[in-house]
Design a protein around this ligand. Structure first.
Ligand code: ADP
Length: 406
């Protein structure tokens, strides 16, 4: 039997299927450009010899319903013939679970209604997630479906960390507070770190750094998130590919007064034209590192600013936690850029963090330790796998629900 993990975006659907018994990936794919004449599906499946086989198809797809049907059709048609035949459950990535969802939830009408009510908090993401849920419920009515929330892992933050210093009315009436995102990734790498270190997660203090195009840091105390850098929205915190991260909130008003542009436009600039792209015109860290090496001053500044911001958060979360067992790097940049890891950890020996530069720059996959022997704090590189974590939680939640029924 299979578990399907679905990440439904506004014009794309990403999916992965896992073998129920082993939770190993069996097929995965991405359908892009939904709503156009040339929607492209890239479907990959593991053939019996253990090699990935790829199918590429282009056809007009007008909406998500057609999109999911197309995916199910291509999957069923591929060689095993029954790839989607027996589906144990579907796990949906849902960006915002507000305060309502502290854990993954079986999707019934009430849960779906609650996710829809949260749309004002995540207007860019939750609507597409809701569409994906509705379509999959229609297409596979007998298969249990589970929502796994990006915010849920951070629901353990104490009030001193999640409140903003604003009139209390805004929290009470509009839910204005820190929620945090990337929770599935922070939770996955925290669990993987505990297994790697051979210690119970409930006894570990970790600083987890998810550094990708979107980036966030989390302070994990005894396995629970006690603070994280993203806030009401994913705009706060670290410098990202195109998002500013922390800035003085007065910048918005100043810009509005100076440029006369409406707040909607300024919001767009902060989300889509800022961060690394705003500083140097590029949002791809590989490209930035290459240009910085060639002497491009703006690229160098973007790189330095990115690493300096991460370092400041390590310091802040070290203080919040008191003692730290390990710092974990993950995400496209965290996993692959030795230079970012090196610059970020530079000068942290006073905190007991020192990198072994040979281990750091060694080309290796999988989980690895990159600290020196003297380093009090372990420094780990752990490839994240949000889809796997969603599949694991989906199986757990469905198992529990079935257990309760019996
Ligand atoms: P997303 O948040 O979209 O999932 P990823 O986690 O895939 O993004 O991270 C994308 C980022 O990772 C890009 O900035 C990319 O340049 C960076 N990256 C990937 N490989 C490397 C590498 N070898 N060195 C530096 N940066 C890298």
């Amino acid at each position: 039997m299979r578990v399907i993990v679905v990440n439904s975006g506004s014009s794309s659907i990403k999916y992965e299927t896992f073998d129920l018994a082993t939770l190993s990936a069996a097929s995965k794919g991405l359908l892009e450009r939904i709503g156009t004449q040339d929607s492209r599906l890239k479907h990959r499946r593991l053939d019996p010899s253990g090699k990935w086989e790829e199918i590429n198809e282009t056809r007009p797809i007008s909406d998500h319903r057609e999109g999911f049907s197309f995916i199910l059709e291509v999957s069923a048609r591929s060689r095993s013939g029954s790839e989607m035949a027996e589906i144990f459950g579907v796990g949906h990535r849902v960006v915002h679970g507000g305060e309502k969802f502290r854990e993954p939830a079986i999707i019934d009408d009430a849960a779906l209604g609650a996710i829809e009510e949260l749309i004002p908090l995540a207007p860019l993401h939750n609507p597409a997630n809701v569409t994906g849920i509705k379509v999959m419920r229609d297409l596979l009515p007998r298969v249990p479906q589970v929502a796994v929330f990006d915010t849920a892992f951070h629901q353990t933050m104490p009030p001193r960390a999640f409140h903003y210093a604003l009139p209390a009315e805004f929290y009470r009436s509009f839910g204005v507070r820190r929620y945090g995102f990337h929770g599935t990734s922070h939770q996955y790498v925290a669990g993987a770190a505990a297994r790697h270190l051979g210690r119970p997660l409930a006894k570990l203090n970790l600083i987890t750094l998810h550094l990708g195009n979107g980036a966030s840091a989390a302070a994990v105390e005894k396995g629970k998130s006690i603070d994280t850098s993203m806030g009401l929205t994913p705009l706060e915190g670290l410098i990202m590919g195109t998002r500013s991260g922390d800035i003085d909130p007065a910048v918005h008003f100043y810009l509005q007064r100076k440029t006369g542009r409406p707040f909607g436009e300024i919001e767009d600039i902060l989300n889509k034209e800022s961060g690394l792209k705003g500083i140097c015109g590029m949002n791809d860290m590989r490209e930035i590192q290459k240009r910085a090496r060639e002497g491009d001053g703006r690229a160098e500044l973007a790189f330095e600013m990115f690493c300096y911001r991460v370092k400041k958060y390590i310091g802040a979360y070290y203080a919040a936690l008191g003692t730290v067992d390990a710092t974990v790097f993950t995400g496209g940049i965290g996993e692959n850029s030795a230079l970012v890891r090196s610059r970020t950890c530079e000068g942290l020996s006073g905190l007991g963090i020192t990198l072994d530069e040979n281990a750091n720059s060694a080309a290796a996959g999988g989980i690895r330790e990159i600290q020196t022997e003297e380093s009090r704090v372990k420094v780990l590189v752990i490839p994240t796998n949000e889809e796997h974590e969603i599949a694991r939680q989906t199986v757990e939640v469905i198992g529990k629900a079935k257990g309760q029924k019996q």
